[in-house]
Structures are given as C-alpha cells and as structure tokens.
Design a protein around this ligand. Structure first.
Ligand code: ZN
Length: 177
C-alpha cells in the first residue's frame, strides 16, 4: 500500500527515530509499503519518518550497471537500526533531492565513504563499507532518522536560494505553518 508522505514543516521530520526491537509482521509490512511509496514517487531512498513513523528504518536503492553499460537502479534494500562510523576525509559534492521537500534540489558535500552496520529484514547484522552513490543515499536516509534534512547540510548561499521554495512547501502542506 502506498503511504502518504510527510513534508517539510512536519515536526516528525525533526525527531530522532526509535530503535526497532523485534521485527514484527507490522515492521515487515511497513518496509514493503515504504518500498511501494518510494517507487511510486520515483525516489532512490525513503526513511520511516517520511511516511509518518518515527523509527530507525530506511530503504535505499543502489545503482547498478546494465547490459549496455547504462546506469540502472538496483533492487530496494531494507536497512534497520543502522550505525554509521568512520566517514572518509575525502568528500564529494552532489545535487540531492528529497521526497519530503518536493521541487528542491541542493548541493550537499558528504564523505565519499562510510562504514555501516545494520540489520536486514531477517534480523541479520551486516557490516560493510559503502562508497560513492550508495554511501550518499545511506547518509541522506540516515540523516532522516536523526531528524536532519539535506537543507541543513547545504551552503548558506544555497540555503538562501531555496528559502522561498521552502516557504511555499510549508504553506502548501501545512495550513498553519
Ligand atoms: Zn530525503
């Protein structure tokens, strides 16, 4: 089932998500609904707070190389209770978008590599080093479960540029905002 999205201005997007204990059928269902919602919105990632759940759960899509060398999106992966460590000194700048901040794209500088330890939907713990696009999507979504948005990580100049757009989003989605 496609879930309604939460938008910039919703206090839920500023909360720290709760750790997931037992992986109940409800959590499994939520993960599948989040995948459906992400696909319907053409996203490459989605975090639980973006569908109104303050939980440490997000979905990512990595890139993969297709048969003709083209870049395709891989299968969605479910990430539970992640811990990110050892960000690389080396960083990169890339333009990001966010399903909760529609129509806004900003340059964000992030480390090129990160270590992540997380649980999959079976409850197995996995540890890996993520790089490039994968690392970026992980860091963007991990920010969401800590109440951080991409607009917090952009330059002053970018922030000033998008301020009118942010105001519009608040007006559109939150009548009293
Ligand atoms: Zn986002």
């Amino acid at each position: 089932m496609k879930l309604p999205l939460t938008y910039y201005g919703d206090p839920l997007l500023r909360q720290k998500g709760e750790e997931i204990g037992e992986i109940t059928p409800e959590i499994v269902q939520l993960a599948h609904d989040m995948i459906e919602t992400m696909r319907a919105s053409n996203g490459v990632g989605i975090a639980a707070p973006q569908v109104g759940k303050s939980l440490r759960l997000f979905i990512i899509c990595d890139e993969k190389v297709g048969p003709d060398g083209e870049i395709l999106l891989g299968e969605p992966e479910v990430i539970l209770n992640p811990t990110l460590t050892a960000p690389s000194q080396e960083s990169a700048s890339m333009v990001e978008g966010c399903l909760s901040i529609p129509g806004v794209r900003v340059e964000v500088v992030r480390p090129l590599k990160i270590q992540i330890r997380y649980q999959n939907l079976k409850g197995e713990w996995i540890e890996e080093e993520a790089t490039d696009f994968r690392a970026r999507v992980i860091m963007h979504e991990n920010d969401h479960i800590n109440g951080v948005l991409m607009i917090d990580r952009t330059s002053e100049k970018e922030r000033r540029r998008i301020e009118p757009l942010l105001k519009k989003i608040k007006k559109r989605y939150h009548r009293n905002g």
